[in-house]
Design a protein around this ligand. Structure first.
Ligand SMILES: Nc1nc2c(ncn2[C@@H]2O[C@H](COP(=O)(O)OP(=O)(O)O)[C@@H](O)[C@H]2O)c(=O)[nH]1
Ligand SMILES: [Mg+2]
Length: 369
């Protein structure tokens, strides 16, 4: 099966246990008061939690190390130290957590809400109140807390593109992906090594202005679909695998420009691209589609007359979200937010597009709860 992988390496350390205390009661009328040192608190665990709202590992990509807080030390007057709080690391469903040194799989988080303690916090040390015996009424012994577990992890997540770009060569697809994305997933199990799709992870926060936190956490995967218009439908080997790839994507974004290696008219480009897709699979256009006119810095009239003639009609199409320029970044925020809004809206369940698990409404992008 064709997929991309998002990979992140991460060092985690659970909290250390607090030390036990070796204190004695010093009451005015009790000069030889007994031991009063409390126990140290346990350190916090590092816990992984599978969250259906998340779709990529982008949030963790720039964090090299995560630590859970240590337990407090025990104190005099029988006071126990507070336990360190567990630290939850939220990851998308489908994240496989491995020990980076041994490669051993620690957990495969396959279900929403699934939790797994990956690094255990250290036990708190006992205070000297536990060490009094009949022969030693004043023990000076107290235990140190145990260190929290420390691990190098590698996380891996299989990704499928949320948005597939469809356009003639030279339409500006690769440039658009580079201009909107923050990270590049690795390509795994891709059968056509010479025709690797261009893809990226889009961090919605970079385009969202001051919107709410849910949106700030969002991310999605955008990929182009190479080779689409190069005779693939005629069965030149690419067809069915690309089709399967497209079937996993939630939205098709048609990218048209006045200077492509294809029809000069932008409406004709659209028509030809749709015909190509329909030749693959008549159902494919039941997917949600959007259209964008790229290279808005290029005046269509300067490039070719035919593109200029139907530009207004193209821009007036209901699925058309306007023009963008990947070079100046004009319109890119609006494009990302339009895609995000569609991805965040559960699909109408009666929509007929092929009902694979990845297409289910629950597979909303991160932050889309
Ligand atoms: N003027 C201008 N040129 C662009 C823009 N986006 C891409 N290009 C150029 O158009 C050509 C094709 O772009 P590319 O992203 O490779 O197209 P793809 O074949 O669809 O992936 C390249 O020379 C880009 O530099 C844009 O917004 N404005
Ligand atoms: Mg390209």
């Amino acid at each position: 099966m064709m997929h991309f992988v998002d990979e992140v390496r991460l060092a985690v350390k659970a909290g250390d246990g607090g030390n036990g205390s070796a204190a004695f009661r010093r009451a005015r009328f009790e000069p030889l008061g007994g031991p009063s040192g409390g126990d140290g608190g346990r350190g916090g665990d590092i816990v992984f939690v599978a969250c259906p709202q998340l779709r990529t590992l982008l949030d963790l990509r720039y964090r090299k190390r995560i630590e859970a807080p240590s337990g407090e030390h025990g104190r005099s007057k029988d006071q126990y130290g507070k336990a360190g709080a567990d630290h939850e690391i939220r990851v998308p469903i489908g994240t496989v957590v491995r020990d980076a040194e041994t490669g051993a799989e620690l957990v495969d988080l396959t279900e929403a809400g699934q939790r797994c303690i990956i690094a255990k916090g250290g036990r708190g040390g006992r205070g000297n109140i536990h060490f009094a015996t009949s022969t030693n009424q004043a023990p000076r012994t107290a235990e140190d807390g145990q260190p929290g577990e420390s691990l190098e992890l590698s996380l891996e997540l299989k990704l499928f593109a949320d948005v597939g770009l469809v356009g003639f060569p030279n339409a500006g697809k690769s440039t658009l992906i580079a201009a909107t994305s923050r990270a590049k997933p690795k390509i795994a199990n891709y059968p056509f090594t010479t025709l690797v799709p261009n893809l990226g992870v889009v961090a919605v926060a970079n385009h969202a202005g001051g919107r709410d936190r849910v949106t700030q956490e969002g991310s999605f995967v955008i990929a182009d679909i190479p080779g689409l218009v190069e005779g693939a439908a005629a069965g030149k080997g690419l067809g069915h695998d690309f089709l399967r790839h497209i079937e996993r994507t939630r939205i098709l974004l048609f990218v048209v420009a006045p200077d492509v290696a294809g029809p000069a008219s932008m409406l004709d480009q659209l028509k030809a691209l749709k015909a190509e897709l329909t030749a693959f699979n008549p159902d494919i256009l039941n997917k949600e589609t959007l259209i964008v006119r790229s290279k808005s810095d290029l005046n269509a009239r300067d490039v070719n007359e035919e593109a200029a003639e139907d530009e207004a009609a193209l821009l007036a199409l209901p699925e058309c979200i306007g023009s963008v320029c990947a070079v100046t970044h004009e319109g890119l925020d609006a494009l990302v937010m339009a895609l995000w809004q569609k991805l965040s809206t559960p699909r109408d369940p009666v929509a007929p597009a092929s009902p694979t698990p990845a297409d289910a409404p629950s597979a909303a992008p991160s932050g889309a709860a």
